[in-house]
Design a binder for this molecule. Structure first.
Ligand code: ADP
Ligand code: MG
Length: 399
């Protein structure tokens, strides 16, 4: 789960990390009120969307010469003018795709006198089983370019979670940022606090770009992107409450309400599978047969009628879907119960695309009988390969 910059900064501040003062705003009046609470004379008005690259982004409605999604303002009146221009318009950045994202929230924050811009991020590195802290002196809006042209300027420090953040990790961070004196000490402390915040909140990723040195020699977090491990959110109701569903794919939001793991993909064959491993194998075999999956969908252990119906509706709401492959292994769930669920669900949603069903496991014969006697044009399949060949052929035929 991702959150907005202003939410991330509030969380970091709670963990004792220095961020500039600022307030979120949903309207022009709120933006003006936010600016009035800040000391000035320099303000920054920042679009709050779940995507980076805002500074270099362009508003679709404002033409190529308009300013981007991060704007300096010299007065409260300028904050007002910028808020009027930004709110409700669509910001297109390198991370939003061509469609862009509508800006519904702003963050009005203190303008900072910047001396240097660094990069610092943390993520769970599955290969090493550690937390990786990635730092570079070349932060700011061109970090992707640095990764290409000068990868040696990006350093990775890994921290073993069993050991925690040790003083030598802090020294490595400060050294990689080429800091001396008091700034060196600030960097060591910041590294430790960031690591502790990352672990305490079960973060998946925490990126600070830029981390700046101010003209008066303070290390400050000027931008942050944060995401949390969805499987750990039950431990953090306060973090779960920060979710902004308007920033997410509507089909994925709907799926999560039914406890379905759904990810939209680019192909035309909808998949309904139980178990993530089987779902991945199903997508692979569709590709092996020359077609592409329209989604990943794991209905989970208990594929009840209600869940199967919800899953069908979500898959069919995608205009790209030209056929559906159901691949269910009845282990704890019995195949006849699943078959009944599929029949009821297929009738309810008035299925109008080819449907291939592969069932295997407990009571499979009974399950197949129910499908055959349903009066629905369901194509049964015997195994995974057979199922994939059949759905790809059916879709080609229908086209
Ligand atoms: P994004 O990464 O989405 O482009 P940032 O928050 O990193 O957005 O802002 C882009 C750039 O704007 C930063 O690299 C920095 O130079 C400048 N900037 C951002 N916030 C401030 C601020 N509070 N004061 C001064 N400059 C800022
Ligand atoms: Mg940034």
């Amino acid at each position: 789960m991702n959150i907005h910059e202003y939410q991330g900064k509030d969380l970091l501040a709670k963990h004792g990390i220095a961020v500039p003062a600022g307030h979120a705003a949903l309207s022009v009046e709120e933006a003006v009120a936010a600016a009035e609470k800040l000391p000035g004379p320099l303000y920054v008005v920042k679009a709050q969307i779940h995507a980076g690259g805002r500074g270099k982004g362009k508003f679709a409605e404002l033409g190529p010469d308009a300013k981007g999604g991060v704007r300096l303002a010299q007065s409260v009146e300028e904050v007002r003018a910028n808020a009027e221009e930004m709110l409700g318009n669509t910001l297109v950045t390198i991370q939003t795709g061509d469609a862009g994202k509508q800006v519904n929230r702003l963050y009005v924050t203190d303008g900072v006198d910047i001396d240097k811009e660094f990069y610092l991020s943390m993520l769970v590195d599955r290969a090493s089983g550690r937390v990786a802290m990635v730092v570079s002196t070349e932060g700011g809006m061109d970090i992707e370019e640095v990764a290409h042209s000068a990868p040696e300027k990006i350093r990775t420090i890994t921290i073993d979670p069993a050991q925690g953040f040790m003083p030598h990790h802090g020294r490595s961070v400060a050294f990689a940022l080429q800091l001396t004196g008091d700034l060196n000490k600030q960097a060591q402390k910041l590294g430790k606090k960031l690591y502790e915040a990352f672990m305490a909140m079960d973060c998946e990723m925490l990126e600070i770009n830029p981390l700046v040195v101010t003209k008066d020699e303070q290390l400050l977090v000027l931008d942050t992107k944060m995401s949390f491990d969805g499987n750990a959110l039950m431990r953090h109701p306060d973090l779960a409450a920060l979710r902004d569903e308007t920033e997410e794919d509507p089909a994925e939001v709907e799926a999560s309400k039914h406890d379905l793991a759904y990810i939209k993909l680019d192909g035309n064959i909808g998949c309904m599978v139980n178990g993530a491993g089987l779902a991945m194998a199903t997508m692979d075999i569709i590709k092996l047969n020359g077609a592409f999956p329209a989604n990943f969908l794991d209905v989970g252990g208990g594929a009840t009628t209600e869940k199967v119906t919800a899953a069908f509706k979500i898959i069919l709401a995608d205009d790209a879907v030209e056929g559906i492959l159901v691949n269910i292994f009845g282990g704890i769930m019995k195949c006849d119960v699943i078959a009944e669920g599929i029949v009821i669900a297929a009738k309810e949603v008035e299925l109008d695309v080819p449907l291939v069903v592969r069932l295997e496991g407990t009571n499979v014969a009974k399950g197949k009988e129910i499908l055959a006697n349903s009066g629905l044009p369901i194509v049964p399949a015997d195994d995974l390969g057979d199922a994939a060949r059949k759905i790809v052929a059916q879709v080609k035929e229908a086209a």
